[in-house]
Design a protein around this ligand. Structure first.
Ligand code: FUB
Length: 343
C-alpha cells in the first residue's frame, strides 16, 4: 500500500543526488581560475559579501559588473598575491583568484596592499603598494597592467612608480582619481600624510604642478591612511581612514572641497564600529550606480570579539547624503544590500 509513496521518495532522492553530482562537475567548479558562486535566490548580499579575510576593498564598475579588489589580509610575508571578486548585482559574487602576485612583480616581496584599478584605453591598470617600504628600502607604489579586469596583471614599469618618501607619506594606500576634465591623479599615503600627484597620460610617471612641485601634501585633520575621492554635484568629497587599522576604533572621515587639491576641511566621521555588528570598520571605497543618485560604501571590518588584526572581512552597505550634500553616518549591517543589477 505504501509502495507508490516509497518509489516517489526514492525518485526524489535519486534526482537530488543527480543534481548534486552535476553541480560538483560543472566547469566553473573545476576551473581553478574562476570559482563561481553557487546560484542563489537570496535577496540581500549579507555581510561579509564573500568569505575569506580581505581588507582595503576597492569597489568599481567595469561594464555591467561590479568589481571588488581587496588586500589579502594575512601576515605581511604571506601577502604575496591578490584575488578579485565580481558581481552582476551586488548579491552574487564570483572569485577571480590570484589576479597578480609577487612572481610577476620582481621588485615586490611582501605586503601587497590596497589595490586601485583603472580602466583606460582598453587596458586595466592595477596600482598597489608593496614591501611596507621605509626610507632607503626598495618598494612603494607599483603599477600592473592587464587586458581584462580579472587579469592576469603583469608589471607595467619594472620598478615602483613611487619609491621614495615625499612629505612624510609612506608610499602605500594609493587611489587613482579621475577628475571631470579627464586628468588622473594619484592620491596616496600612510604614516598620517596624504599626497596628491598628477599622473601623466600613460601612467609611467607624473606631470608636475605649475609651481614645479610633483607631490603636493593635502593631509586633512585626523588623516591616517586609505584616501578615496569622488565628485558629486560639482563638489569634491575626500575620504580617509583614521585610528589604528589593527584596533576596534579604525574608522572613516571625510571633507568636501571645490577642487581635488583642497583646501580640505574635515566634516566628520561617517563609518565606524557598531557594538552590535562589528568593530574596526574602515579603509573603504565608494561606488555610484551610473546615472543614479545611488551610492554604496565598500569597506572592511572585524567580527565582534575578534582580536587578530588581520581578521578583516569585506562588506557593502548603503551611503546616503542629506539635502545639503553632507554624508549621513553609515549604518553597518549584517544583512547587507539588496540586488542592484547593472543595465
Ligand atoms: O592592509 C594593509 C594595511 O592595513 C593598509 O595599507 C592600511 O590602510 C590598513 O588597512
Amino acid at each position: 500500500m505504501h509502495k507508490p509513496l516509497l518509489s516517489a521518495a526514492l525518485a526524489a532522492l535519486l534526482l537530488a543526488h543527480g543534481a548534486a553530482a552535476q553541480q560538483k562537475t560543472t566547469p566553473a567548479a573545476t576551473n581553478p581560475k574562476t570559482t563561481k558562486a553557487a546560484p542563489t535566490t537570496k535577496d540581500r548580499a549579507g555581510n561579509p559579501v564573500f568569505p575569506g579575510w580581505y581588507a582595503d576593498p576597492e569597489g568599481i564598475i567595469f561594464g555591467n559588473r561590479y568589481w571588488i579588489y581587496p588586500t589579502y589580509s594575512a601576515p605581511f610575508d604571506e601577502q604575496v598575491f591578490m584575488d578579485a571578486f565580481s558581481s552582476p548585482d551586488l548579491v552574487t559574487w564570483t572569485k577571480h583568484p590570484r589576479i597578480v602576485d609577487t612572481t610577476r612583480i620582481k621588485w615586490a616581496r611582501r605586503a601587497m596592499w590596497a589595490p586601485a584599478v583603472v580602466g583606460k584605453g582598453g587596458k586595466y591598470y592595477l596600482f598597489f603598494g608593496a614591501n611596507d617600504v621605509h626610507e632607503g628600502e626598495v618598494g612603494g607604489i607599483g603599477v600592473a597592467v592587464a587586458d581584462r579586469p580579472e587579469g592576469p596583471f603583469t608589471d607595467y614599469l619594472g620598478k615602483p612608480l613611487v619609491g621614495q618618501i615625499h612629505n612624510g607619506a609612506q608610499p602605500i594606500d594609493q587611489f587613482v582619481f579621475r577628475d571631470a576634465d579627464g586628468q588622473y591623479y594619484l592620491v596616496y599615503g600612510g604614516w598620517s600624510h596624504c599626497n596628491i600627484a598628477r599622473l601623466n597620460d600613460d601612467f609611467t610617471g607624473f606631470t608636475p604642478f605649475p609651481d614645479g612641485q610633483t607631490f603636493r601634501e593635502i593631509t586633512p585633520q585626523g588623516y591616517v591612511e586609505g584616501p578615496f575621492m569622488f565628485i558629486r554635484e560639482g563638489k569634491y568629497y575626500f575620504m580617509w581612514s583614521e585610528g589604528d587599522w589593527g584596533g576596534p576604533h579604525y574608522s572613516v572621515a571625510y571633507a568636501v572641497a571645490d577642487s581635488p587639491l583642497g583646501p580640505f576641511k574635515r566634516m566628520g566621521k561617517i563609518l565606524q564600529q557598531d557594538p552590535k555588528v562589528a568593530t574596526g570598520a574602515g579603509h573603504h571605497s565608494v561606488i555610484q550606480v551610473p546615472g543614479k543618485d545611488l551610492w554604496y560604501v565598500v569597506y572592511h571590518r572585524r567580527p565582534l570579539g575578534e582580536t587578530d588584526p588581520n581578521h578583516r572581512v569585506t562588506c557593502v552597505d548603503r551611503l546616503y547624503f542629506d539635502e545639503g550634500g553632507l554624508i549621513r553616518p553609515v549604518r553597518i549591517t549584517k544583512e547587507g544590500v539588496g540586488r542592484q543589477p547593472l543595465e
